[in-house]
Design a protein around this ligand. Structure first.
Ligand code: AMP
Ligand code: DBH
Length: 555
C-alpha cells in the first residue's frame, strides 16, 4: 500500500508534477530559486544593458535594446487578448526575432512550443492540437520552404489556431511580425506581470522520442533556469564570451547547454548563423573573434574536413568547441584535440532534462572517449538490466535518471508515460551506457527504437505508421544504416503488395519518399533508402526482427 502511495502521479493540467518532498529538496538546496525566465532576462538586461546581446546579419542589439523589443512585443500580445497559459508555436530559423518572440510570449505567461525549421505539417499541427495553441509564429521562407503555406493549412485545419505572425514578407491576410507600433506609445503601458510562479511550466521542448509524433516536454521556469545557470558555470562563460549559434536556435542544446540562455546569464554576445557550412561559419569566427561554438558530430566532421583541405584551422582560434547530440567518434575527438589543438567538450544531453559535460580539467583521454558527467550532484543516475535491476559500475545497461531539471512525464500522454518513466519517477532515456572508474558516462548504444541522424532524432514508429498507410504497403520497418557523415541514416524495408502497373523499384522509391514528404513529415524523417522485400524476418516472439534487417544492410 505504502509503495503505491509514493507512486501517485501528481497530475495538474496534463503535467506530471514533482512530488512535494522533491520540490522541498530542490528549493532547500538552492537549485530552484523562484525566478521566471522572463524575470531572468530582465535581470540580465539590467545588469549588462550596454553589452551587445545579439548579432544577426547586419543588425546588432544591446541587452537593453533587445529587452525593449521584447517588452513591445509583449504589449502587442496582451493587446491582442492573449493570456497566461495560451500556447504559441514558434518556428523560426536562427534569427533575432526568435528571442523577441520567445521572451515576449513568456513575459505575459504564454507557453511557447519550440518547433524546429525542419518540422512540417504533421508535426506542427500535432503541436497545435496537443496544446490548443492560438498563435503560430513562423518565417516567410527558409531553405526554399514556404512556411506561410504550412501556416495557412494549419489555420484551416486546427480549430484553436487563430493568428499567424510572419517574420519577413507576409501574405495579405497575415500579420507581419514587426507590425506593432512605435515604442513611444508604450512608455506608460507596461505589461502587468502575470500571476504565475516559477514552478509553472514555462514552455515546451520537443523530444525525438521513440514512438509516434514528437512528445511535448513541459519545462518549468525553476528547473530550466537551474540547468542554465549551472551549465554557464561549468562552461565558464563570461561577459567576453562570443558564441556562434550554428545549430537550430530552438533546440534544447542550443538554448540551455549552456547555449543562448547560459550566455545571456553571463552577459556575452551571441552571433547567429543560418548557414552551418564551414565557409560561412569560419568567416564569422574570424570576423567576430568567436570563442564558443556547439556542433553535432556530423558538422564537426565537415569542419575538420574543410581544415584538412586547406582552410585555416579555426579550431585553434576557439576557446571551446562543444560537440553533442549524437555519439562523437573517438577518432574524430582525438584528431580535433591532437591535430587541431582544439579545446573539446563533449555534451550528452536530452530535452527531457539530464545533461552531462566533460569538464575542461578532465584528462584528455576522458574527453576523447567519454560523454562526461552530470551537472548536478542531485541528478540521480541508474544503470539497469532489462528487469530494472541496478548493475555494478562498469557494466553496460539502460540509463535511468531523475533530478532537479528532469521532467516527470511528457505532456498529456499518461499511457506513454507509463512506459517512459518508472513508477518512482525515473526517466527511461533509452540509452545504453556504462560508467567508467572516473565516474564518466560512455554512451554505448541505445535500446529505444530511434535513429539518430546526425543529431536529428527519428522515432521509427512514426515513419512506419505513415508508410503503412500507403495502399500498397503491407508492412514496413525503418532501421538505421551506418553513414560516414551523419553517423546514421534511415532505411525503410517495405513489404510491397504488387500491382500490374508497378513502375521500376527506382521510381517506386521516389514515389514512396514523396508520399512521406506529402504526408507532411519533417524532411529529415524521409527514408534515405528504401528496400522492397517479399517478407520480413521475425524474432521468436513474432516481431519484425530489426537486428536482422540492420545486419542485412551492413552485409
Ligand atoms: P532528445 O530526447 O530528443 O532530446 O534526444 C536526446 C538523445 O540524444 C539522448 O537520449 C541520446 O540518445 C542522444 N544524444 C545526445 N547527446 C549525445 C552524445 N553526446 N552522445 C551520444 N548520444 C547523444
Ligand atoms: O540531443 C539532445 O537533445 C541534446 C544534446 C546535448 C540536448 O538536449 C542537450 C545537450 O541539452
Amino acid at each position: 500500500m505504502i509503495k503505491q502511495e509514493s507512486h501517485v502521479q501528481h497530475l495538474w493540467d496534463g503535467i506530471v508534477q514533482y512530488p512535494p518532498e522533491f520540490v522541498e529538496k530542490y528549493i532547500a538546496k538552492g537549485y530552484w530559486v523562484g525566478q521566471t525566465i522572463s524575470e531572468f532576462f530582465i535581470e540580465c538586461a539590467e545588469k549588462y544593458s550596454q553589452n551587445t546581446a545579439l548579432i544577426c546579419g547586419e543588425r546588432k542589439f544591446s541587452y537593453a535594446q533587445l529587452q525593449q523589443r521584447i517588452d513591445e512585443f509583449a504589449v502587442y500580445l496582451s493587446r491582442q487578448g492573449y493570456q497566461v497559459g495560451d500556447a504559441v508555436v514558434i518556428q523560426l530559423p536562427n534569427i533575432a526575432e526568435f528571442f523577441i518572440a520567445y521572451f515576449g510570449a513568456l513575459r505575459i505567461g504564454m507557453r511557447p512550443i519550440m518547433s524546429l525549421p525542419a518540422h512540417r505539417h504533421s508535426e506542427v499541427s500535432h503541436f497545435i492540437g496537443q496544446t490548443q495553441a492560438k498563435l503560430y509564429i513562423c518565417a516567410d521562407k527558409f531553405m526554399g520552404f514556404d512556411y506561410r503555406t504550412l501556416a495557412h493549412e494549419c489555420l484551416k485545419r486546427c480549430e484553436s489556431l487563430h493568428q499567424i505572425l510572419v517574420v519577413g514578407n507576409a501574405d495579405e491576410s497575415d500579420t507581419r511580425f514587426d507590425v506593432w507600433p512605435d515604442t513611444t506609445k508604450f512608455q506608460q503601458q507596461c505589461v502587468v506581470p502575470p500571476q504565475l510562479t516559477a514552478r509553472h511550466v514555462a514552455f515546451f521542448q520537443l523530444s525525438g522520442g521513440s514512438t509516434g509524433t514528437p512528445k511535448l516536454i513541459p519545462r518549468t521556469h525553476d528547473d530550466y533556469l537551474y540547468s542554465v545557470r549551472a551549465s554557464a558555470d561549468i562552461c565558464e562563460l563570461n561577459e567576453h564570451t562570443k558564441m556562434l549559434m550554428v545549430l537550430p536556435v530552438a533546440h534544447n542544446f542550443s538554448m540551455s547547454s549552456a547555449g543562448s540562455l547560459g550566455l545571456f546569464y553571463t552577459g556575452g554576445t551571441l552571433v547567429l548563423s543560418q548557414d552551418p557550412s564551414a565557409s560561412a561559419c569560419f568567416a564569422f569566427i574570424k570576423k567576430y573573434g568567436i570563442s564558443h561554438v556547439a556542433l553535432v558530430p556530423a558538422l564537426a566532421a565537415s569542419w575538420a574536413e574543410a581544415v584538412q583541405k586547406g582552410q585555416e584551422n579555426i579550431f585553434a582560434r576557439l576557446e571551446v568547441l562543444q560537440v553533442g547530440g549524437a555519439r562523437l567518434a573517438d577518432a574524430l575527438a582525438r584528431q580535433l584535440i591532437e591535430q587541431y589543438d582544439c579545446r573539446l567538450q563533449q555534451v550528452f544531453g536530452m530535452a527531457e532534462g539530464l545533461v552531462n559535460y566533460t569538464r575542461y580539467e578532465d584528462d584528455i583521454e576522458q574527453i576523447i572517449s567519454t560523454q562526461g558527467s552530470r551537472i548536478s550532484a542531485d541528478d540521480e543516475i541508474k544503470v539497469v538490466d532489462d528487469e530494472d535491476r541496478e548493475l555494478p559500475i562498469g557494466e553496460i545497461g539502460h540509463l535511468l535518471t531523475r533530478g532537479p531539471y528532469t521532467i516527470r512525464g511528457y505532456y498529456n500522454v499518461p499511457e506513454h508515460n507509463r512506459n517512459a518513466f518508472t513508477l518512482d519517477g525515473f526517466y527511461r532515456t533509452g540509452d545504453l551506457v556504462r560508467i567508467n572508474a572516473e565516474g564518466n558516462i560512455i554512451v554505448e548504444g541505445r535500446s529505444k527504437d530511434q535513429i539518430n541522424r546526425g543529431g536529428e532524432k527519428i522515432a521509427t514508429e512514426e515513419v512506419e505508421q505513415v508508410l503503412n498507410q500507403h495502399p500498397q504497403v503491407i508492412q514496413s520497418a525503418l532501421v538505421s544504416m551506418p553513414d560516414s557523415m551523419l553517423g546514421e541514416k534511415s532505411c525503410a524495408y517495405i513489404q510491397w503488395r504488387m500491382a500490374e502497373q508497378d513502375p521500376s523499384p527506382t521510381r517506386l522509391t521516389m514515389q514512396l519518399r514523396q508520399y512521406v514528404q506529402q504526408y507532411g513529415l519533417a524532411t529529415y524523417k524521409i527514408p534515405d533508402r528504401i528496400e522492397f522485400v517479399e517478407d520480413m524476418p521475425y524474432t521468436a516472439l513474432g516481431k519484425i526482427d530489426k537486428k536482422a534487417l540492420r545486419q542485412r544492410l551492413v552485409a
